[in-house]
Write a protein that binds this ligand. Structure first.
Ligand SMILES: [Zn+2]
Ligand SMILES: [Zn+2]
Length: 262
């Protein structure tokens, strides 16, 4: 540990970085001094224990930040300890500005979608708002988890340098014949024919019919269509063979017979 005596220039620079909320620079002046302490956890104002790998919401001004915590430190400033929390930033769908075709699918995301990025940022512990939960979206498929205000889901991580999702958008969970991204807040009904989950809104059933859902043997519109087409084809063949079938067979038999004869 080096004894801490900041030069006048350093002091000015430290104050400037604090004013500009450039905590990365600010903290760098205290590294390897006895004025900085790494923390395994911090107690929040609500007396909750906050630790690395947990997810949290911070608010600066009117802007909310959602982060996965990676590091926590305390710095002694004028005899008082100030807490700083570093985390990887989660992007919301609207934070991703890419006009490529495959990114159009992002418009089907909801306000509950978060994507962990490679961007990190320091926050003053006083701007901490609440702990949040971020779970993989497939955890909600069973329909047993109720989405509270502090609960979010994620479909992928986002690399801001490569502008790439992992897994890629075309592998994200999709149900129903409309091929929209899965949304845990929407109601789905299982088609007994194709085993696909169909949106209530795409089911072609009235609200009244859907209310008695347990009594419905549900077949989706696509399967109904397919069935009708099959029936049509089948009835076409039948019509053909009863009206004209036998004579055609005979006629063609005669011709081939005749050809062979020559
Ligand atoms: Zn649908
Ligand atoms: Zn179906």
């Amino acid at each position: 540990m080096k004894s801490v005596k900041f030069s006048k220039e350093d002091q000015a620079a430290i104050m400037k970085s604090l004013d500009e909320q450039d905590f990365e620079t600010f903290i760098s002046y205290f590294r390897n001094t006895d004025l900085i302490v790494e923390c395994e956890y911090m107690l929040t104002r609500q007396k909750q224990k906050l630790a690395p790998t947990e997810n949290a919401q911070f608010t600066i001004g009117r802007v909310s930040y959602y982060v996965q915590i990676t590091e926590m430190i305390k710095i002694k400033i004028q005899n008082e300890w100030a807490g700083f929390i570093k985390g990887r930033i989660y992007f919301k769908p609207e934070d991703i500005d890419n006009r490529d075709d495959e990114f159009q699918k992002l418009q089907e995301c909801t306000s509950k979608d978060l994507f962990l990025t490679d961007i990190t940022q320091w926050f003053l512990s006083t701007t901490f708002v609440q702990k949040i939960k971020v779970d993989p979206i497939d955890m909600f498929v069973e329909g047993t988890i109720v989405l509270d205000d502090d609960h979010f889901y994620t479909r992928a991580e986002y690399n801001t340098k490569l502008q790439e999702f992992n897994p890629p958008i075309n592998e994200w969970l999709i149900y129903c014949n409309c091929k929209r991204l899965y949304d845990p807040k929407e109601d789905y009904i299982l088609c007994e024919f194709c085993n696909n989950w169909i949106h209530y809104t795409c089911s072609g059933k009235s609200d009244k019919e859907l209310k008695n859902i347990s009594k419905i043997k549900f077949i989706c519109l696509a399967c109904v269509d397919q069935n009708q087409n099959k029936k049509k084809k089948l009835s076409n063949v039948q019509e053909y063979s009863t009206q004209d079938g036998d004579s055609t067979k005979i006629r063609s038999f005669n011709t081939t017979h005749g050809k062979k004869k020559k």
